[in-house]
Design a protein around this ligand. Structure first.
Ligand SMILES: NC(=O)C1=CN([C@@H]2O[C@H](COP(=O)(O)OP(=O)(O)OC[C@H]3O[C@@H](n4cnc5c(N)ncnc54)[C@H](O)[C@@H]3O)[C@@H](O)[C@H]2O)C=CC1
Ligand SMILES: CC(C)CC(=O)C(=O)O
Ligand SMILES: [Mg+2]
Length: 352
């Protein structure tokens, strides 16, 4: 079990260290953890946020556990050298096109959601975000116009095949979430009333739906989806959407269930390879204080065991340990508690 560990910047190393402790506590046979530099830390050491050494470690591993990258003190760098390019580069280079971001309310946290407890208690949704295309990877630039004004542009585009493969990922996820004899539901979120990219997206979703007759497909404009996520997030099952909308809606969904410090993610290629990371960033405002909530990263490690190694039982043990710690009141500052990063890690390791 060769797992690359890329901790990154800010709170990245703090939360990743706790997820590593959790993996080590499981006594997994053949576990090999290989560290690599990414982000601002890599730029300072190697002159690049995603150096070839790191990419080589990624390519020779079966999965990647990722912390976070981002360092505002490097904002002056040309874009290709900024820390965020490490995670964008890994996603693109390794074909990690399907980003799964589950959001559910843990028992005992219903009243911590920004929503009414009765609404919050029903939330169990999955955002399937396309991760290799959209405006993040289109041609971009900045120039000065003849009249002296600066103009910036970022090309938003999707090709049919890119939409088709994420559509299949969304429908399969919905298929797998059938409960109580009820098929899963898939809500495709776009802005087809304005964007051609979204019109293509919608056309392809409708075409792929024919392969999954048991899954109920609906469409929603992204502005309405943002509103509905606050009004009644329990009404969603699986949301499939593009890179930009999925990025924004998943941060929003995190507050429906209590905190961004709880939201894990899997970024998957075809096959079993994946990168697993919390959905949050490097949180420079709290870095170095030992107060970041490591649960999102620990839950990402559970997703890693499940998706890349088929270790369902061990994944479920981690999730139960996190749920148990929360139910016993082990909460970080983001959840209104006072437990620090290490203390939360201790509580979860103890429960394993
Ligand atoms: N995948 C990645 O590596 C990502 C990197 N970033 C980068 O991270 C840097 C900071 O970005 P922000 O917009 O501030 O987003 P952020 O997600 O790092 O932080 C947003 C807010 O949430 C809080 N927060 C985040 N994670 C937390 C945790 N585990 N426990 C407690 N509180 C937590 C932070 O303190 C902050 O107030 C930027 O450079 C950004 O580009 C942002 C998102 C994802
Ligand atoms: C560097 C960003 C695109 C990362 C981000 O915000 C995310 O993936 O959620
Ligand atoms: Mg984001």
């Amino acid at each position: 079990m060769r797992i690359a560990v890329f901790a990154g910047d800010g709170i990245g190393p703090e939360v990743t260290a706790q997820a590593v402790r959790v993996l080590q506590a499981l006594d997994l046979p053949g576990l090999e953890l290989v560290e690599g530099d990414v982000g601002g830390a890599a730029y300072r050491k190697h002159g690049h946020p995603l150096p070839p050494e790191t990419l080589a470690i990624a390519r020779s591993s079966e999965a990647i556990l990722f912390g976070a990258v981002g360092d505002f003190t490097l904002d002056h760098l040309e874009r290709a050298l900024r820390p965020e390019q490490a995670v964008l580069g890994l996603r693109k280079e390794l074909g990690l096109f399907a980003n799964l971001r589950p959001a559910r309310v843990f028992a005992g946290l219903e009243d911590l959601s920004t929503l009414r407890p009765d609404v919050a208690g029903r939330i169990d949704l999955l955002i399937v975000r396309e991760l290799n295309g959209d405006v993040y990877f289109g041609e971009k630039g900045m120039r000065t116009l003849d009249d002296g004004r600066r103009q910036g542009w970022d090309m938003m585009s999707y090709a049919e095949d890119e939409v088709r493969r994420i559509a299949h990922a969304g429908f399969k996820a919905a298929q797998g979430r059938a409960r109580d004899g009820q098929p899963g539901k898939l809500c495709s979120v776009d802005k087809a009333n304005v964007l051609e990219t979204s019109q293509l997206w919608r056309d392809v979703m409708i075409e792929v739906a024919k392969d999954y007759p048991e899954v109920a497909l609906t469409h929603m404009y992204v502005d309405n989806a943002a509103m509905q996520l606050v009004k009644d997030p329990g009404a969603f099952d699986v949301i499939v959407t593009g890179n930009l909308f999925g990025d924004i809606l998943s941060d929003q969904a995190s507050m429906c269930v209590g905190s961004i410090g709880l939201l894990a993610s899997a970024s998957l290629a075809e096959g079993s390879f994946g990168l697993y990371e919390p959905i949050h960033g490097s949180a420079p405002d709290i870095a170095g204080q030992g107060i970041a909530n490591p649960m999102a990263t620990i839950l990402s490690a559970a997703m890693l065991l499940r998706h890349s190694f088929g270790l369902e039982e061990q994944a479920a043990r981690i999730e139960a340990a996190v749920a148990g710690a929360l139910a016993d009141g082990v909460k970080g500052g983001d959840l209104g508690g006072s437990a620090g990063t290490q203390e939360i890690g201790d509580a979860i390791v103890a429960r394993l």
